[in-house]
Design a binder for this molecule. Structure first.
Ligand SMILES: Nc1nc2c(ncn2[C@@H]2O[C@H](COP(=O)(O)OP(=O)(O)O)[C@@H](O)[C@H]2O)c(=O)[nH]1
Ligand SMILES: [Mg+2]
Length: 324
């Protein structure tokens, strides 16, 4: 859907460019030699694929090169893509019941007109300031709406003055319903009201934006715990998803951040943003290897349609220079 592969390719263009520039267009098709293997290794490190994955890719390409001295760059790229597919197996987070990237309609089994009102699926966005929580909340709301789902936004970052206005502006632009209060309001109370509103409207999803918090800010940590308790009071199974929104341009540094949040909150998945602005897009692989937390979405730009369901095949193909 939405021309996925092209989105990945465009969004990861800086990462791809960093690799192709360093390897002087190796994947364009010329023959492999010892020096091109060295530059490839360097390029993969630069793109933040990490030691383990870079070594795995190099070992397999070298093996193939030993067997076939005529090995071409394109074949080496195909080997790299195969390693990525293998390493990233199981890393795709699937929202919904798994039928397509965003799942099925909310109540497929119920006879029409007799469907019991369901509780909304609740997604809480967590992360440090500036990681992309607010924009991701809005973009995800839009994506789900395109997929035929009904969505409610909850502006639970009541900590910073501009935060509520920012999400409200997105909600207006994307025509999404929102529950918001004033700066300084009790974030958990907003979450409670938003859940009630989502339930009353029969919304499929409630997306909860929260304040940026560092693990050292214990009051903010406590606030998030309170948001969760309040949601669970409405529906003991909520929140269904607690995602860390992490800035992909931090590269492997994001792993440590994710570890700290995971320890405090028990994350259920990740959204990796700003991959369009970095040449370090290989970091996703290290994040998955280290944390084994499913990656639900990638932020590949600032427009609503730039939030894309994570897809291993498209990622592997984009990174290793596939043409289509
Ligand atoms: N290029 C790019 N910018 C992004 C992406 N996601 C978020 N941003 C920008 O990052 C900045 C911080 O985002 P915001 O959602 O306010 O972060 P928050 O503090 O976690 O809520 C904003 O200027 C966003 O437009 C992305 O995927 N790509
Ligand atoms: Mg925000």
């Amino acid at each position: 859907m939405f021309g996925l592969f092209k989105k990945f390719k465009d969004g990861l263009a800086k990462t791809v460019a960093a690799i192709t520039e360093k390897t002087h267009g190796l994947f364009g098709g010329r023959a492999i030699d010892v020096s091109s293997l060295e530059t490839l290794e360097e390029a993969l490190y630069t793109a933040d694929f990490g030691v383990a994955t870079t070594e795995e890719i190099l070992v397999e390409i070298k093996d193939a090169y030993k067997k076939d001295k005529e090995l071409r760059g394109q074949q080496a790229a195909a080997i790299g893509a195969t390693v990525l597919r293998r390493v990233l197996a199981g890393s795709e987070g699937l929202l919904g019941d798994g039928d397509g990237p965003l799942g099925r309609p909310s109540d497929p089994g119920a006879p029409s007109g007799h469907a019991l009102p369901r509780n909304p699926t609740v997604i809480v966005m967590i992360g440090v300031n500036g990681s992309g929580k607010t924009t991701t909340s809005a973009k995800l709301g839009w994506l789900l709406k395109q997929d035929g789902k009904s969505v409610m936004l909850a502006a639970c970052d009541t900590f910073r003055a501009a935060a509520v206005e920012q999400l409200k502006a997105w909600a207006t632009r994307l025509e999404l319903p929102i529950v918001a209060s004033h700066t300084g309001a009790d974030a958990a109370a907003v979450a409670f009201d938003a859940w009630q509103a989502a339930k009353a409207r029969g919304c499929d999803y409630l997306i909860v934006d929260t304040a940026g918090r560092l693990h050292t800010k214990s009051n903010l940590m406590e606030e998030l715990a309170k948001i969760r308790r309040v949601l669970a009071k409405n529906d003991s199974t909520a929140p269904h998803h607690s995602w860390l929104v992490v800035d992909g341009s931090l590269g492997t540094n994001s792993i440590e951040q994710a570890r700290v949040f995971h320890k405090s909150f028990g994350l259920t998945g990740l959204v990796v943003t700003k991959l369009d602005g970095t040449s370090r897009g290989g970091a996703i692989v290290g994040i998955w290897r280290e944390l084994k937390l499913p990656i639900y979405f990638l932020g590949l730009g600032e427009q609503p349609e730039d939030l894309q369901p994570f897809n291993v095949e498209n990622y592997a193909k984009a990174v290793f220079g596939a043409e289509a």
